[in-house]
Design a binder for this molecule. Structure first.
Ligand SMILES: *Cc1c(COP(=O)(O)O)cnc(C)c1O
Length: 452
């Protein structure tokens, strides 16, 4: 077994329950606040947007939540996903470290996102909902929800960040192939979109703006359409824990355990899905894996943001969430890792960072693409630009291990492939990729007035 490259699990080993880290936190998460009343929100406040089952999962303190059979049945199409030992990358780097990656790009749309899309469509359909609205950045989430809606016979309306709508036309085509309607955001279809366009007709859009539009459409639908979010929320992160739970078993097969676990973090869902089971073992079983979130310098939410109550969307219509944020009015530069262009961060990931249970690192765009290409030439998988942030950090860790002459086990989540990001690769090969930094003054302005 010493040369094993892929650690595979049988379909029977698809997890039977999701892991809810809320059960293992020493202190509960700060409450989500209603901006009008200043009081914690209740289920009734969320009911116009989400089905009751998901609202229940959002606040549940149960450690394990059973995965319904119809969801596990769909998971069988691509789960369990492989855990790879990156033997060829180790050789190229000439490092004593052992590098592993969990590959979520084997899903039908090429990323981790269907893990929660399937679950969300299922629970909505169970409660009689026939239409979902959502936003999408690079198009990964939109295609995941479009796929999920087609499985459960629902319609799907997607607001796609304009810069990606232009850069990634084939993601649009996939969504349409699964039957979804796709609009460039900001759009003329909503008050939120029209008001942004009035102030900034050339706005490249942002996830925050697209969220405002999708939420508005659901909230004003008279209960016929609900809203679905691809990241950030507690239930979304929980659905993604199938990644880390499978990885734990695969590491057992490999006879190793990670010293470092890395994931890229936009809203935080793939990072959390991979890392939370390891965080649990740190908290509950006395393990000491370093858990590292990787983000772009253009949108450095964890490394440069502040832990404050902020809105989840740009139009300031959502409840107030305590999270690391760059301010809801902050519009990040158009880096190609569209999925990492979000001003905030999941409350769970934010709380873990605030409590010193995880670390965060930011990387510049060209360094990330250098890492992506180095990885592709060794491991033959062309990563999504988002996932390449995790690769960059993993390579740096492996080189540090080499410098220190120490073997260690480095694990990262490869959240998706980059087959729909070839325009970005072309720009990189042409030497035209800007290395965006964030604007500290803009962030200062954007967080002014937010409270802790
Ligand atoms: C959407 C996406 C991300 C970022 O979202 P998270 O919720 O932070 O995981 C990362 N990688 C890929 C491939 C994505 O599609």
């Amino acid at each position: 077994m010493s040369e094993t490259t892929k650690f595979l699990l049988d379909e029977k080993r698809i997890p039977e329950a999701w892991y809810n880290i809320q059960a293992d936190l020493a202190e509960p998460l700060p409450p989500v606040i209603h901006p009008g009343t200043g009081q914690p929100i209740g289920p009734d406040d969320l009911a116009p947007l989400f089905p009751m089952a998901l609202i229940g999962q959002e606040v549940s303190q149960e450690r394990w939540i059973e995965i319904p059979d119809p969801i596990r049945e769909v998971y069988r199409l691509w789960r369990p996903t492989p855990l790879y030992r990156a033997r060829r990358l180790e050789r190229v780097l000439d490092t004593p470290a052992h590098i592993y990656y969990k590959y979520e790009g084997v899903s039908p749309v090429g990323s981790h996102k269907p893990n929660t899309a399937i679950a969300q469509a299922f629970y909505n359909r169970e409660e009689g909902i026939r239409a979902l609205t959502t936003e999408t950045g690079a198009g990964q989430w939109g295609s995941s929800l479009a796929l999920a809606c087609s499985f459960f016979d629902m319609s799907c309306e997607v607001y796609m960040v304009k810069v990606s709508y232009t850069q990634k036309p084939y993601r649009r085509s996939i969504m349409r192939a699964f039957g979804a309607d796709v609009y460039a955001s900001p759009s003329e279809r909503t008050n939120a979109g029209r008001s942004i366009l009035e102030q900034a007709p050339d706005s490249p859009g942002s996830l925050g703006i697209a969220i405002s539009e999708a939420v508005e459409v659901a909230a004003t639908s008279g209960g016929t359409k609900k809203y679905s979010l691809g990241s950030v929320l507690n239930h979304v992160l929980m659905h993604q824990t199938v990644i880390g739970l499978e990885a734990l078993e695969q590491f057992e097969q490999a006879g190793e355990y990670p010293d470092v676990a890395i994931g890229c973090a936009g809203g935080g869902s793939n990072f959390a899905g991979f890392a939370l089971p390891f965080v649990r073992n740190n908290i509950v079983e006395g393990k000491s894996t370093r858990i590292v979130a990787a983000e772009p310098t253009a949108c450095p939410t964890l490394t440069k943001g502040s832990y404050l109550y902020d809105f989840g969307d740009t139009a300031a219509t959502t409840p107030l969430i305590k999270m690391f944020t760059l301010g809801h009015s902050f519009i990040p530069a158009p880096v190609h890792a569209g999925g990492l262009r979000y001003h905030g961060m999941a409350p769970i990931v934010s709380a873990l960072h605030d409590r010193g249970l995880i670390e965060a690192v930011a990387a510049t765009q060209n360094a990330v693409f250098d890492a992506a290409v180095q990885f592709a030439r060794a491991e033959a998988i062309l990563p999504a630009p988002e996932a390449a942030h995790a690769i960059k950090v993993a390579i740096d860790e492996a080189l540090r291990a080499k410098e220190e002459g120490e073997s260690r086990v480095i694990a990262f989540n490869l959240s998706g492939h980059g087959h729909f990001d070839m325009g970005a690769y072309d720009e990189y090969f042409a030497g035209n990729l800007p290395d965006f930094e964030y604007d500290a003054e803009e962030v200062e302005k954007a967080i002014a007035g937010l409270s802790a």
